[in-house]
Design a binder for this molecule. Structure first.
Ligand code: HEC
Length: 511
């Protein structure tokens, strides 16, 4: 009862023109419908990601109790960034008053009210969220997603065939099998490598997640974007609202070549057929270049993520000092099921800290990218600290393993990976080479320390007599070339001191 009165009071405060009495017994037509249209209908309508529509009185009445519960717990509308920090574009969320109205409506029996006062259900433009695209590409043939079994990662090749190079302001994916498409990363391939693999196993596209690194490496020279985040051209995830890049920003799109959709499917128990369509919106060449700072780089591959079974709070953090001033444009995280929370802060040279993104309850199913409502100026010398946590205990309801198993870095969704990616433009475009040099150095440093860590681990494992040294010819073959370079006193033995002093840059590639 107290909650009920509080709800009524809050609604009354939110709508001072109406008497408390009206709002103590809110009805669908006058009070509830407008909330559902504004905050729910984007997903809860036919053909969209949510499992049922919430447009009419009948839709809402059937699920009234559930609506009160999920809104009261702030599970719906889905929005995982903590509020009270920087504002983001398209922020989803209900006010306390709106939550109170929904609760009061349910508690008073979910009445319909005067049907003619109900707001008209808005027209949703024919599918595309951003209006009519400049270019629409569609898969030739549908890909069959099995009913069950492990997650499927599949790459689909869409030839571009443009008359000129273009700049892209937005790409929107429209999956045909929304129940099973978890996310999709967009790449450009100008090498023909993707096309050559397409359909080789008799099905549309080709399997695996290896393409991403190949594409990134192939384009490294051009874009310098070695810390790249959501692929080269962005991505799509369940529940995401596609957006134009802000401030006239755009991504380069070469005239020839192919767009590759790297799609992650999560089987639903029923065979599904996916025939993706993408819409692309073109713009002018931007004055400033969008670039990405991903910490830890390469989704944590260099950090040797290795989470013991039962570990409740496994942490990965990485820091990076900006060599030049930048404007933060957007930020997003990526991790798998076991991740519990992630957070990115920026500390100015004066010691002032701002929270760039705080996701206190990470949910694998909702991987959003958050665009700042205003660009965030970060002066040269600002330190970025990005941190992620994982819970590999049986108490984590998202743990795919029962009982928990040791989980290491890997590309399948039951492996783990994790990082946050901040997209920026340099405050002064002339500073771009300096920023890229620093981010590339950061990857090189990460590579070096990973190689050192692993080499020391091997030495420890093989050091039977406990003298801290191991004969190089006892090391696994893959490590010998690195060990020979590191063997400073040329005694054919490797020890931890030599590993610390060795130049191990690029060691991973040599393995
Ligand atoms: C961005 C898309 C989106 C928006 C906006 C959204 N929903 Fe949902 N909703 C979903 C999806 C997708 C699911 C399926 C469960 C999941 O994936 O989390 C869902 C599930 C639900 C469920 C079922 C929960 C359960 O436990 O089975 C309810 C009830 C619900 N939504 C109500 C709402 C209400 C009420 C609003 C508006 C206040 C809303 N949703 C806004 C996408 C959305």
């Amino acid at each position: 009862m107290r909650n009920f009165l509080l709800a009524a009071l809050l609604s009354a405060l939110a709508c001072p023109g109406q008497s408390t009495d009206d709002h103590a017994r809110p009805n669908f037509a006058e009070d509830v419908a407008s909330i559902l249209v504004r905050h729910c209908a984007a997903c809860h309508r036919p053909g969209e990601a949510a499992p049922f529509p919430l447009l009419t009185f009948e839709d809402a009445k059937k699920r009234a109790k559930m609506i009160a519960r999920v809104t009261g717990d702030r599970l719906m509308p889905p929005w995982h960034a903590a509020t009270g920090h920087l504002a983001f574009v398209g922020e989803r969320g209900l006010s306390d008053a709106e939550i109170g109205t929904l609760r009061a409506w349910v508690e008073s029996g979910a009445p319909e009210g005067p049907r003619d006062r109900s707001p008209a259900v808005p027209e949703f433009p024919g599918g595309w969220r951003l209006g009519t695209p400049d270019l629409v590409l569609e898969m030739d043939e549908a890909f069959e997603v099995p009913a069950d079994g492990p997650d499927v990662y599949r790459n689909f090749v869409l030839p571009l065939g443009l008359d000129a190079d273009r700049w892209v302001r937005a790409i929107e994916l429209r999956p045909s099998a929304r129940k099973v498409v978890h996310h999709s990363l967009f790449f450009v391939d100008t090498s023909g490598a993707a096309r050559a693999q397409d359909g080789q196993d008799g099905k549309p596209g080709f399997r695996g997640m290896g393409f991403a690194s190949g594409a990134a490496r192939g384009r490294r020279g051009e874009s310098g974007d070695t810390l790249g985040g959501w692929g080269q051209l962005g991505g799509w995830t369940v529940g995401m609202t596609p957006q134009f890049l802000p401030d006239g920003l755009a991504m380069p799109l070469p005239r020839s070549g192919d767009i590759v959709l790297q799609t992650h499917f999560h089987p639903s128990g029923k065979v599904e057929h996916e025939k993706s369509t993408i819409g692309i919106w073109f713009g002018e060449k931007p004055k400033r270049t969008l670039t990405a700072i991903q910490l830890p780089p390469l989704f944590g591959a260099l950090w040797g993520i290795d989470i013991p079974a039962g570990e409740r709070r496994y942490e990965v953090r990485d820091s990076f000092v900006l060599p030049v001033a930048v404007d933060g444009v957007s930020i997003g995280g990526h991790a798998h099921y076991l991740c519990t929370d992630l957070r990115a802060t920026a500390t100015s040279p004066d010691g002032d800290e701002i929270v760039l993104l705080d996701v206190p309850r990470w949910d694998f199913g909702w991987q959003d990218r958050y665009t700042f409502a205003q660009p965030v100026r970060l002066p040269a010398g600002t330190r970025l600290d990005f941190v992620l946590h994982w819970d590999n205990s049986a108490d984590n309801p998202s743990n795919p393993h029962d009982p928990p198993r040791r989980v290491r870095w890997g590309r399948e969704s039951e492996d783990e990976m994790g990082s946050l990616t901040l997209q920026v433009v340099c405050a002064d475009e002339a500073d771009l080479p300096a920023l890229r040099a620093a981010t590339q150095q950061h990857v090189a440093d990460g590579t070096r320390s990973r190689v050192a860590r692993e080499a020391k681990q091997r030495v420890k494992e093989l050091d039977d007599d406990g003298d801290g040294k191991v004969a190089i010819d006892r090391l696994p073959r893959a490590w010998r070339a690195i060990a020979q370079r590191a063997d400073a006193n040329s005694d054919g033995m490797l020890d931890a001191g030599e590993i610390d002093k060795a130049d191990l840059g690029g060691g991973l590639r040599r393995r």
